[in-house]
Write a protein that binds this ligand. Structure first.
Ligand code: FEO
Length: 394
């Protein structure tokens, strides 16, 4: 995408990465991603807000050239992760007068990650401002969004929040703006689940702090720009709220069909009781989809056969992931089948220490389920329904 003027004197000069399918060699990107970079012209000074992933260096340089910019005074660096900072060294080389502007923690990071020298960096305090001449940048330190060095920038005169990774989405589309809100919301929720959810308590505080700002546009570092920010800010308030929704996530794997039969029965039993349930067969699941459903779920059930004395590795991975993402679920249970023994329950229960959950009595059966075993699954569905009702989860 070429450079695009989003307001007089403010250009989007970033890069679209339509083909990228994996981030951090971990997170699936079904819709690619963008690395948003913005050029802000004041009457006296010019600031570039963030750079792009080094793979897209040429696109950023071409876009800067297209705007006709001849000098850059400040390179506002919100975040040291390389998808935004990776092209800093090239910008410093091409624009000898430019100074990187960042938090003290970010300075440490870009020195060790990119070998940027001290004399090219200016650190700013929380709330400090920078006058570009008719345009004022206000810096907002925002630790743990999702690294400890992060900051956001509020452009006072234009009422624009440059929000770094916060409120972003891994979504590439030719429309620079979040015009199709339903489509963007889905990508933004996935992004929140994968990247921001582990830092929910910090995100809540940042949302509270931003409430005092008159924000008329949000320009994130990934995904479309929000010309009407309320929908994404309201969505974040919902996702970060303490109370989960009446939903069950069933993450399971089956080797020879017994655990599958138990999973199917649990889905039916929950549906009969009016409890929304989302089963994820872990041998086919996109972990981003699983993470998204963990955002609101009140109960997580892990289903696994016993293999080599414990849970199936895919079930172990699901438990590890849920523990790392720290969703707000209140209840956890385990179902599964074994042949001759094992430590499945102890193993999985021991992996979820980060979750503030009550464990509902697991259902582990021997071999293929019998009618008596199915009754135990029905009883588990009853127990989940009762726990939800007692906790006021509707
Ligand atoms: Fe998009 Fe945390 O970098």
């Amino acid at each position: 995408m070429p450079a695009m003027e989003i307001k007089p004197g403010i250009h989007w000069v970033g890069a679209m990465d339509w083909d990228r399918r994996l981030f951090d060699e971990l997170i699936p990107l079904p819709d690619g991603t963008t690395y948003n970079s913005y050029l802000v012209r004041g009457n006296d000074k010019i600031a570039l807000i963030d750079t792009v992933d080094p793979m897209k260096e040429k696109t950023l340089l071409d876009n800067l050239h297209e705007t006709g910019v001849e000098k850059i005074d400040y390179l506002i660096t919100h975040h040291a992760e390389q998808d935004h900072s990776g092209t800093i060294p090239r910008i410093l080389e091409l624009y000898p007068m430019v100074k990187v502007v960042c938090t003290p923690k970010c300075k440490d990071q870009i020195k060790i990650l990119l070998h940027v020298s001290d004399d090219r960096i200016i650190t700013v305090a929380d709330g400090e401002t920078l006058d570009l001449g008719g345009r004022t940048l206000e810096f907002i330190h925002a630790q743990w969004v999702h690294w400890p060095e992060t900051m956001l920038t509020y452009l006072r005169e234009d009422k624009i929040l440059f929000s770094c990774d916060f409120l972003g989405s891994h979504l590439t589309q030719s429309d620079l703006y979040a015009t199709d809100e339903a489509k963007v919301l889905r990508s933004a929720k996935r992004y929140y689940a994968e990247i921001m959810m582990p830092f929910r308590s910090h995100i809540v505080k940042h949302l509270e702090r931003l409430a005092k700002y008159d924000i008329q546009m949000v320009c994130p570092s990934h995904g479309p720009i929000y010309p009407k920010p309320s929908f994404i800010i309201d969505a974040y308030k919902d996702w970060t709220s303490e109370k989960p929704k009446k939903e069950v996530v069933l993450a399971y794997v089956s080797m020879h069909g017994s655990t599958q039969m138990m999973a199917d029965r649990l889905v039916d039993a929950l549906m009969k009781r009016g409890i929304p349930v989302k089963p994820f067969n872990l041998s086919r699941t996109d972990i981003g989809e699983l993470a998204m459903d963990l955002v609101d779920a009140s109960t997580i059930v892990i289903g696994t056969p016993t293999v080599l004395g414990g849970a199936h590795p895919l079930a172990v991975y699901a438990a590890y992931l849920a523990n790392a993402l720290r969703p707000k679920a209140r209840f956890v249970s385990i179902i599964g089948s074994y042949g001759w023994g094992g430590k499945t329950v102890e193993q999985l229960a021991g992996m979820i220490g980060n979750l503030k959950v009550e464990v509902i009595e697991p259902v582990l059966i021997k071999g293929m389920p019998t009618e008596e075993d199915y009754s135990k699954i029905d009883a588990l569905a009853d127990a989940i329904a009762k726990k939800h009702a007692d906790a006021g989860i509707e």
